[in-house]
Design a protein around this ligand. Structure first.
Ligand SMILES: Nc1ncnc2c1ncn2[C@@H]1O[C@H](COP(=O)(O)OP(=O)(O)OP(=O)(O)O)[C@@H](O)[C@H]1O
Ligand SMILES: [Mg+2]
Length: 269
């Protein structure tokens, strides 16, 4: 079966800094993938590239068989309508109410009437477990509520794919669990394909069918949670232990653009 998201040999550098180096993975329909990695490891860059918001230096991303780097503006816009993006820290419009935030894309991109939009806003809020907060402003919401309003906004246009960038960062453990459950509910109720960037191991193990680890620009593992947990790779084991000692924090070698790549990219000094 053709994957819904196919990331093929994606590379991206900013000046001399190589952020993604030949990243390749695929996500099947209805699957949820968690992508983990250290701070600054390129997770947001990866999501932005999948959305077509950032152009890779090489490689491509195809969404339902369409290579997004080859699409014109209109075609890219059509593909983006299939993707709901939940931004890091929710990124709501502060000057708008919750209902206006969620209804924004509906008003802009659909012929729906005000009453239909209000109905859809209520539906989306119910799906994320929030009710009766249509009139509130983002400043009046807790961190967990903001994230859920962000999710409601992302599902407003009924996307087939949901991308979550750090949905639980900055939340307490209980709210982290609530958010993980909301993500699982959305997956089950909407049948969507999801990619979730997260630092949170518990959350990743709860929501993911497969877990990928991004390390020095490469996906060094992409496997079901139990296999990931048992993976003997020292980088993965250190990440799982949350230990400061080990290869995870050693400084990477300077990027080698034209010379032959090192035999063991994980353990270069
Ligand atoms: N537009 C840009 N121009 C230059 N450098 C950038 C740009 N966007 C990202 N970077 C760099 O790319 C690297 C990866 O950034 P990215 O935001 O993807 O990290 P991340 O894994 O999402 O980190 P965090 O966990 O802190 O959110 C960082 O070193 C960042 O400074
Ligand atoms: Mg990020």
């Amino acid at each position: 079966m053709e994957p819904v998201i196919d990331v093929v040999n994606l590379s991206k550098a900013f000046g001399p800094k190589v952020v993604l180096a030949n990243v390749t993975f695929a996500v099947q329909e209805g699957e949820s993938l968690a992508v983990m990695g250290g701070s600054g490891s390129g997770k947001t860059v990866l999501l932005r590239t999948i959305m077509g918001l950032l152009a890779p230096d090489s490689g491509h991303v195809s969404i339902e068989g369409k290579i997004i780097q080859e699409l014109d503006r209109q075609e890219l816009f059509e593909v983006r309508k299939k993707i709901g993006m939940c931004f890091q820290m929710a990124a709501l419009f502060d000057s708008m109410s919750v209902a206006e935030n969620i209804g924004f894309a509906l008003k802009r991109h659909t012929p729906m009437t005000e009453a239909e939009i209000a109905g859809r806003v209520d539906e989306c809020l119910t799906l994320v477990g929030l009710k009766d907060c249509q009139k509130l402003r983002p400043a009046e919401l807790s961190g967990g509520m903001k994230r859920r309003v962000g999710f409601a906004r992302a599902i407003a246009l009924k996307p087939q794919i949901l991308l979550f960038d750090e949905p639980t960062t900055g939340l307490d453990p209980v709210m982290t669990d609530v958010i993980s459950r909301v993500i699982l509910d959305l997956k089950h109720q909407l049948g969507v394909t999801t990619v979730t960037i997260t630092h949170d191991l518990k959350s990743a193990f709860e929501i993911a069918d497969r877990i990928a680890l991004l390390f020095r620009g490469e996906i060094i593992a992409c496997q079901p949670p139990e296999e990931f947990k048992a993976n003997p790779d020292p980088v993965i084991q250190q990440f799982l232990r949350g230990d400061a000692e080990g290869p995870f924090l050693t400084d990477p070698a300077p990027p080698k653009r034209s010379t032959k790549s090192s035999a063991s990219p994980l353990l270069v000094p």
